[in-house]
Design a protein around this ligand. Structure first.
Ligand SMILES: [Zn+2]
Length: 138
């Protein structure tokens, strides 16, 4: 179970909308709770993928922020947006996740602009495992 405060979801959606038609991406930090994880931190990163409208690649320069997450004791995750496709990992996403074993992923979809979707997953050994996600009040 991952809890996501509404305020942080709003930050992620704002980033996703600013980057359209490209995918937005960023790092997440989460506190450990009895129920699982609660996202506590959203860090925007640049998307340096060649085809940024259909895939993402976190700018290596932004990866220094991973050390900040570790220092704060946060569990690292990655978020990215799908401007036109559902909030479900693409084949490319599954391949990409091999480089980030053991983390959680949030995907937001802007396919229906008035009703954005957000889902959480873990992707282990090319297997997509949906993770229950609850949006909580701040
Ligand atoms: Zn994707």
């Amino acid at each position: 179970m991952i809890e996501l405060p509404q305020r942080l979801l709003d930050d992620i959606l704002a980033h996703a909308r600013e980057r359209e038609p490209e995918e937005a991406c960023g790092l997440l930090g989460a506190d450990t709770t009895p129920a699982g994880l609660q996202v506590a931190h959203v860090h925007r990163t640049r998307n340096v993928a060649d085809q940024a409208t259909i895939r993402f690649e976190v700018d290596p320069r932004d990866l220094l922020h991973v050390f900040t997450l570790e220092e704060r004791g946060w569990e690292m995750g990655i978020y990215h947006s799908h401007p036109r496709s559902p909030a479900y990992p693409s084949v490319t996403d599954v391949g990409h996740a091999r480089r980030w074993p053991g983390i959680y992923h949030l995907i937001v979809s802007l396919r229906q602009p008035q009703a954005p979707e957000v889902n959480a997953y873990r992707i282990e050994d090319d297997e997509i495992i949906p993770e229950p996600l609850r949006i909580v009040a701040d």
